[in-house]
Ligand binder design. Structure first.
Ligand code: NIG
Ligand code: FE
Length: 407
């Protein structure tokens, strides 16, 4: 069966043609899909779509066609919600204070420990449905609300089941070092040893995760402890990513460079010196403005400085119950443009090809090219700049692996 998306007003291939056409934009473009792959990307003039029983044609005139969006940082598996903390923040409490007084990540951990595997899967499913309706076709998904072997494994199994059952593709990350659980509150070294000696070897052996992440931040895991954990993960064959410099400079971006991490995420408090280090590395900077907005932070990541220095920037939702309850990458793109002054072009790169780079999948997804997986969004809008401009705009059609998953 062939599927032709014909005569899009703008087709965003995301394969840079030249400096003036970084999005690889084809005006009046068409794309042919066979099975689950893209077999041709061309000008509409180059094909005469003949309709037979093997060919389906979608008339995309008046539409923008883009790669499916990629959300390279999410925590979609959790139980309950934390709007009470949101209310406290509005009255002046900080994320860190709430965490220290018994709320925060630990309060979600208690609920996730109490839930069974099915409950975790059922709670996450509607979140994936919403991600999909906003045009997201692939997400990186973290554990990190278990903080013991049994519950971290239960979370990673939930991610595996969701990946099998839901059209969205989930890339699993082990985030045992998200917080110190109550039983190790007075014995941080004990928990770090537990991660290194028990959790990581098991997760790697059972192939439950592709990446290991650490919340490297003052008050959570410091530079030295993060390094020990990530080095062990690396030696066991896992990829590396970090929650880095979210509230205070923590040398976390530097650590990402030292360990050749795939991505350093947040970076609201990154120093100028570390921007230079990132610029001379292969590490992607993943920015999440909805998190800063939701924790009522004063300082957003220096997107302009990062991009102007030459850093590859991705955008993600950080979907989680504590600091970023949002499933919409299009809204995050609007925030990135409106608050961090990223251009619409940069915002599109950041949720497609750059996000694919943050999860090491540029050979499969992130752009529309012959041979790539057919992950595609069709947007009924006049031009690509319209998406960040119209806050909360949604796609018309979402295609994953050659199949229409939302219409
Ligand atoms: O990315 N900063 C650490 N982790 C999440 C928050 C998780 C939570 O509060 O439940 C984040 O912001
Ligand atoms: Fe996060």
């Amino acid at each position: 069966l062939r599927f032709i998306i014909h005569n899009a007003n703008q087709l965003l291939t995301m394969t840079m043609i030249d400096k003036s056409n970084q999005l690889g934009l084809i005006e009046h473009g068409s794309i042919i899909i066979e099975e689950n792959k893209i077999t041709r990307v061309c000008s509409a003039n180059d094909i005469v779509p003949k309709i037979d029983k093997h060919t389906q044609v979608f008339d995309a005139s008046g539409c923008v066609v883009s790669p499916g969006l990629i959300d390279s940082h999410t925590h979609p598996v959790f139980i309950g919600s934390r709007e009470c903390e949101f209310g406290l923040r509005i009255k002046g409490a900080t994320y860190t204070e709430i965490s220290q007084s018994g709320g925060g990540i630990r309060s979600t951990v208690a609920k996730v420990r109490d839930a069974n595997l099915n409950e975790l899967v059922s709670a996450a499913k509607p979140r994936l449905d919403r991600l999909m309706k906003w045009g997201t076709t692939t997400i990186e998904a973290k554990s990190g609300y278990g903080l013991n072997l049994e519950t971290e494994v239960k979370m990673l199994e939930a991610i595996k089941i969701l990946n099998q059952r839901h059209p969205i593709e989930l890339i699993p990350t082990f985030l045992g070092a998200h917080e110190f659980p109550n039983e190790y509150r007075e014995n941080h070294q004990g928990y770090i040893d537990h991660i290194i000696n028990e959790m990581l070897p098991y997760v790697a052996k059972q192939k439950l995760a592709e990446y290991c992440d650490v919340f490297c931040e003052e008050g959570w895991f410091n530079y030295k402890d993060s390094k020990t954990i990530l080095q062990q993960a690396k030696s066991l064959g896992l990829g590396i990513r970090l929650h880095a410099d979210e509230f205070k400079p923590s040398k976390a971006a530097r650590l990402a460079v030292e360990l050749d991490a795939s991505s350093a995420d947040h970076l609201a408090a990154i120093t100028d010196e570390d921007i230079t280090l990132l610029a001379n590395s292969n590490v992607v900077a993943t920015l999440m403005p909805s998190t800063i907005l939701s924790v009522l932070g004063k300082q957003f990541a220096p997107a302009r400085k990062l991009i102007d220095a030459g850093v590859t920037v991705a955008l993600a939702t950080d979907l989680n119950p504590g600091s970023s309850m949002v499933e919409s990458l299009p809204i995050v793109m609007s925030l990135a443009c409106m608050i961090m002054r990223m251009t619409p072009e940069e915002a599109w790169l950041a949720t497609t090809i750059n996000a694919a780079r943050a999860i090491n999948r540029t050979h499969i997804i992130g752009s529309l090219e012959q041979g790539k997986q057919a992950d595609i969004c069709i947007w009924k809008m006049p031009s690509y700049s319209y998406l960040p401009y119209h806050i909360g705009f949604m796609p018309e059609v979402v295609i994953k692996n050659g199949e229409v998953i939302y219409f």
